[in-house]
Write a protein that binds this ligand. Sequence first.
Ligand code: SF4
Length: 350
Amino acid sequence: MNEAMKKARDIITGYSGRPVRIMEVCGTHTHEIFRLGIRKLVPENVEIISGPGCPVCVTAVGFIDEACWLALEKDCVICTFGDLIKVPGTKLSLAGARAMGAAIKPVYSPLDAVEIAGQTPDRQVVFLAVGFETTTPSACLAVKKARELGLENFSVLTANKTMPNAYKALVGSADAFIYPGHVNAITGNAVCRQLCEEQGVSGVVAGFTASELLTALATAIRLLEKGEPFFRNCYPRVVKDEGNPGAIKLMNEVMEPCDSEWRGLGLIPMSGMKLREEFAPYDARLKFSMPKIEGKPNPACRCGEVLQGKCRPSDCKVFGKVCTPLHPVGACMVSDEGACSAYYQYAGLV
Ligand code: SF4
C-alpha cells in the first residue's frame, strides 16, 4: 500500500462525524468495493449503499417479455450480452425461451450481432441494446454498420439509459454519490457539477483500482465532514470535463432521448435513448409492430428497493435461499454487477 492509499485509508477509518450514507452508482464499483475489502474498512457511521448502476439490474421486466415475444412469436434470432439471458421476465427468461426452441445467442459486442445478421440473411436478427452511456455508442455504431451493409434483417430492441435524470430521481437517497468513472468518461462532468451547484447534490467521480476507490471514498468522507455540497473528479487520468465528444456525437446522430422505465425507479422522463426516425427501419418495436407489453415483477423480489438504497439485499426474504446466482429470482442476483450478487459472493451473509 503506497503513502496515498495509507492516507486515504486513515481518513476513512478515522471518520467520527455524523452518520453518512454514500451511494455507489455503478455495478462495477459495488463489486470492487466488496472484493477489495473496502467495506470492512468503513466505520459504523459510514453506510455504503448500492444504487441503480448495473445495466442488467435496471432493465425493466417488460423488456425481457418483449425480447421473449420477438424470439417466440416472430422467430427472431435474439443476440444479447450473456447476463441478460438469465434475467426473469414475467413468466419466462430468455433461457426459458431458448429451452422452448428460441434462438438466443450471447454476443460480446453489438457488431457481432451485425455479423450474424450478415451470415444468416434468411433470419431476422435482433440485438438487445441495454446499458448506459458507456455501451450505447457501440449499439449506435452497429446500427450504422447494418445500414452501410444494406442489411434488412437486423434491428435493435432498445432499453438504453442515461444517468442524469436517474441522479435527479435519487436526490435525497444518500449524502453523496460515487459517480461511475466510465460513464463520466463519456458524458463529462457538467451534469454532476450542475447537480452540485443547483441542487446541493454532492459526489465524487471514482475510478476502479483500490487506490482510486480509496481516494474517492476518503475525499467524499473528508468533504462531507465540512458540510458543504461538493463535486470532485477523483479519476482525472480518464475523465475529462468535456467527456468524449466523438461518442456523444455518434449517440446523438443515431438516437434521441425518450422516457424510460427503470426497474425499481419506475418511469423516469427523458432518461432513455431510442433510435431517431431516420433509423426507424432498425427499431425492432416498429419493425415487428410489437403490441404494448407490460411486465410484472415477482412480488417476492425487492430489487426495486435495493436499487434505490432503501434496503440491503440481505433484507430480502428469499436472498440466498430461493434466490441465488444459479437460480435468480430478480435481476440484481443475475449480473456480476448486481448488488444482490455482490452480497452473495462477498458479504458472507449466506
Ligand atoms: S435477493 Fe433476489 S429476489 Fe431478493 S431483491 Fe435480490 S434479486 Fe430480488
